[in-house]
Structures are given as C-alpha cells and as structure tokens.
Design a protein around this ligand. Structure first.
Ligand code: NAP
Length: 311
C-alpha cells in the first residue's frame, strides 16, 4: 500500500485532522491519516470540554477525540498511529515518510496543531505534573486552597489566573515586563480580583521541590536588579503562549511572523498547490476545538475541489 498514489494524506489527529478525515472519507477520497506525535492533540490533556456544540452536558477531552476517531474510521479513513518524520511537498506527488516507509499523495492536509510553550527549566521538566502545569482548566481542580503562580502577561495568563480563583487560595502573576499585553477587559478583571496579585519585571529562575517530589516554591529573579528571592508555592502554571508545530514544514512553506503557516485568502490553501492547512498550526487567534474542526472541514473541501479540478 505504501506505493499507492493516494488522494489525501492528513497529518495530525486533533479536531482539525479528524474532521478533515470525516469529510474526505465521505467524499470517497480514501484518506490516510497519521495520528502524529501526540495523538488527539491538546484536548487529550484537558478534562471537561463544555463548549463543543452538541454535547450539552460536556464531554471529556480524550472521549471527544475518541468519538472523532470512530467517526473518521466509520467512513473508511485509514489510520496509521505514527509520527511523520519528513515530507516533500513540492510537485504533483507529495511524499510523506513515517516508520521508515514512504507514502505518496496528490494532496496533503497539515493539521499538526500547536503546543503550549514551556519555561525551559530543568526543574520544570522534573516537576511537570507534580505541581507544574501548562493548563489551569485541566489541573486547577488539584489546587484547592493552595498558593499558585501564573507566569505570563497575555490573555491566556489572565484567563488562567481568573479560572484558578475558583480553587486556589492565592494567585501570583509573575510577569517579565512592567505591563501586560492582555486585552484591557481581562487586565481589569485580574487587577480587581482580591485573590490575584502581580509581581512585575520578574522571571521564574528555578522551581523548587525536586527533592520532595512536588513543587514547594519558586526562585524569582528581578530582571532589572538581578536580585533573587524564594517564594513558597504549591503550583506553577506557565501561560506564555503556544508554538505551532511546523518543524516538518518550515523549510517548504511560508510562515507568518509568529511562525504559523500562512493560508491564501479565506481558504485553507497554502503557497504550494495541493497542500492545505487546518487548525491551530495556522491559527494564533481563535485556537478553539470547534474552529479547528471547522477549518478541517474546509481543508477537506478545498482538497476535494483541487482534485476535481486536476481531473
Ligand atoms: P501571548 O499573547 O503571546 O502572551 C504570552 C505572554 O507570555 C506574554 O506576556 C509574554 O511576555 C509572556 N512570555 C512569553 N514567553 C515567555 C517566557 N519564556 N518567560 C516568561 N514570559 C514569557 O499568548 P497568549 O496569552 O496565549 O495569547 C495568544 C493569543 O490568543 C492572543 O491573541 C490572545 O489574545 C488570544 N487569547 C484570547 C483569549 C480570550 O480572549 N479569552 C484567551 C486566551 C488567549 P511579553 O509580554 O513580555 O512578550
């Protein structure tokens, strides 16, 4: 089967990839989907998804991804649970390498998503899931009556901090500059909240607690003076943005200033004919499961029309 020239290869298995697969398979395009490095994507690390239409009682992130997968499989999507190692997108035949094998297709839909940025400290890695998190909505529940730090100054940091007020005793936002970049309304909510305080011009230089196996504190460094202090803390949330997963494509496709894949006009087409993109890898603005699913549908329709025009 590796030698067949397929109609569509889909890379990625978040809401964008699975929706593209549902549409492409129902259009009889017999798509092949690679589920990638993190099958299911970012929703695999969330708990309740309450804003995906059609689930009035909410659904767990991993369960939602399982039903997406079942729906795509039902219409004949071929699924390979591997990461793609390399791609060659130019020309009429696109090549994708995975598991040391070569797969060819007339079109490729890129739906590789984005990953939450980390602070990049060894102690962060060692204590990940033991008080260190990148997702308040996933893990906030575990910090009832605890003291936590949120790092960042964008809308995500504001949103995570406000969400954490439901559980935590106190939230300290640690921001590296003296001003937030978040929207005014979110800033106002944060500064007015009695549980939240802000430490400006400061970076987290170390997370403490490796010897006890869970976070016990943070070392904070004032960026202007270089002075370091230690603060006892139970949890630390990095809300410092996301990075689109473009490593496979960045030599071949144009990216915008933030590193996201550029699409042509209001379509999912990229600069290379036959290559389409869906979901967070091309979206720094909305980043929702439902918008990712919507663009997955668009990408499949764009691929279908592209193939029809070739015939
Ligand atoms: P963002 O706007 O890029 O903000 C990231 C923040 O983290 C910035 O304040 C940045 O500091 C800081 N930061 C980055 N790297 C850091 C590092 N290594 N160490 C310490 N701090 C670091 O990202 P975002 O907040 O995730 O938002 C992304 C987009 O989604 C935005 O367009 C936002 O408006 C949108 N969004 C909207 C909502 C909403 O409307 N409800 C919610 C979430 C996100 P600097 O300020 O110094 O650069």
């Amino acid at each position: 089967m590796e030698n067949t020239l397929r109609n569509v290869i889909i890379i990625g298995s978040g809401p964008a990839g699975w929706t593209a697969a549902v549409y492409a398979s129902r259009a009889n395009l017999a798509p092949l989907l690679f589920s990638g490095i993190e099958p299911g994507g970012q929703l695999m690390t969330t708990t309740d998804v309450e804003n995906f239409p059609g689930f009035p009682k909410g659904i767990l992130g991993p369960e939602l991804m399982q039903v997406f997968r079942e729906q795509a499989a039902r219409f004949g999507t071929e699924i390979i649970d591997s990461a793609v190692e390399r791609v060659s997108l130019a020309g009429e035949e696109k090549t994708v390498w995975a598991n040391g094998k070569e797969y060819k297709a007339k079109t490729v839909i890129i739906a590789t998503g984005a990953t939450a940025k980390r602070l990049g400290l060894d102690s962060e890695k060692a204590l990940y899931g033991k008080g260190v998190s990148a997702c308040a909505t996933c893990d906030g529940f575990f910090f009832r009556d605890k003291d936590v730090i949120v790092v960042g100054g964008g809308d995500s940091a504001m949103e995570e901090s406000l969400f954490l007020t439901r559980f935590a005793k106190s939230i300290t936002i640690v921001h590296r500059r003296d001003a937030f970049r978040a929207s005014k309304i979110m800033q106002d909510r944060v500064t007015a909240h009695p549980k939240i305080r802000v430490i400006w011009n400061t970076a987290v230089s170390e997370i403490l607690g490796i010897e006890t196996g869970h976070v016990t504190g943070a070392r904070l460094k004032n960026i202007e003076t270089g002075a370091e202090t230690e603060m006892p803390i139970d949890g630390i949330f990095a809300a410092i943005g996301h990075e689109p997963n473009t490593a496979l494509f960045r030599e071949q496709l144009p990216l915008d200033a933030k590193g996201y894949i550029v699409t042509e006009g209001k379509t999912t087409a990229t600069a290379i004919p036959g290559v389409f993109v869906a979901g967070d890898v091309a979206d720094s603005r909305y980043r929702q499961a439902v918008t990712a699913a919507g663009t997955g549908c668009m990408a499949a329709l764009d691929a279908e029309r592209f193939l029809a025009a070739q015939e």
